[in-house]
Unconditional design. Structure first.
Length: 227
């Protein structure tokens, strides 16, 4: 009995995961054509129809699915009292109900880029990481995500790369007392400002590099009292 139940749950979990992944894939494909989508947005009903069609063709996991496509939630009933009809007599039906409602209300479920689990963004629609704790580290995916994003940015962009390298250099100069803390803070502020100019294209990359190089050489001459 217990074995049978856990098999059922595993099947439901596979089914739920599969359907959510499918939905995310459809949304991903749709997002590649923003102009078409702006002109003629895909409605929740169309999404459900697409999912049903796909499931009918691929027949995921088996029979129960074919018996109850998502659109059966919108069966013909006696108007005008009842617009929708739900028949829920299993946990799978309950999932289907929640799933359909989620699509209908356009709740955007997402996949966390750190742990790969599903989450619904609370604050920003463009959130890439969920708020779950990572094991017993006491850190959340979203917190680690900020760091990962920074690392990725540094790795992929020469502007960030040269900025970070010089930050490290100036910081060690400060620790070696070749530069005061105040000077370092001033330098940091300018370096970050020019970095953003460089990123937005108003400052050429070579000029930025030249400025960073010069900053290192000229600094000692800027403080004649320090001898
Ligand atoms: Zn996560």
């Amino acid at each position: 009995m217990v074995k049978k139940l856990s098999d059922e749950f595993r099947r439901l979990q596979d089914f739920a995961t599969n359907q959510i992944n499918l939905l995310l894939n459809f949304r991903e494909v749709i997002s590649r054509y923003p102009e078409a989508e702006a002109k003629n947005p895909t409605s929740p009903m169309e999404l459900l129809y697409l999912l049903d069609e796909y499931n009918r063709e691929k027949a995921f996991g088996g029979y129960f699915y074919l018996e109850k496509p998502f659109k059966s939630f919108y069966g013909v009933t006696k108007p005008p009292e009842v617009a929708e009809l739900y028949e829920i007599d299993s946990i799978t039906d309950l999932f289907r109900f929640e799933f359909v409602k989620m699509i209908e209300r356009e709740v955007r479920i997402k996949k966390c880029k750190n742990c790969g689990r599903f989450f619904v963004p609370n604050h920003r629609q463009d959130a890439e990481y969920g708020d779950r704790f990572i094991g017993d580290t006491g850190k959340r995916c979203s917190e680690v995500g900020v760091m990962l994003r920074y690392e990725r940015k540094v790795a992929s962009d020469p502007v960030w790369e040269v900025y970070k390298r010089n930050c490290r250099r100036q910081n060690s100069r400060t620790r070696a007392k070749k530069m005061t803390q105040t000077e370092f803070l001033q330098w940091s502020e300018q370096a970050a400002g020019k970095r953003d100019e460089c990123l937005s294209g108003t400052l050429p990359f070579d000029d930025y590099v030249a400025w960073l190089e010069q900053g290192r050489i000229r600094k000692p001459r800027n403080k004649p009292n320090a001898k």
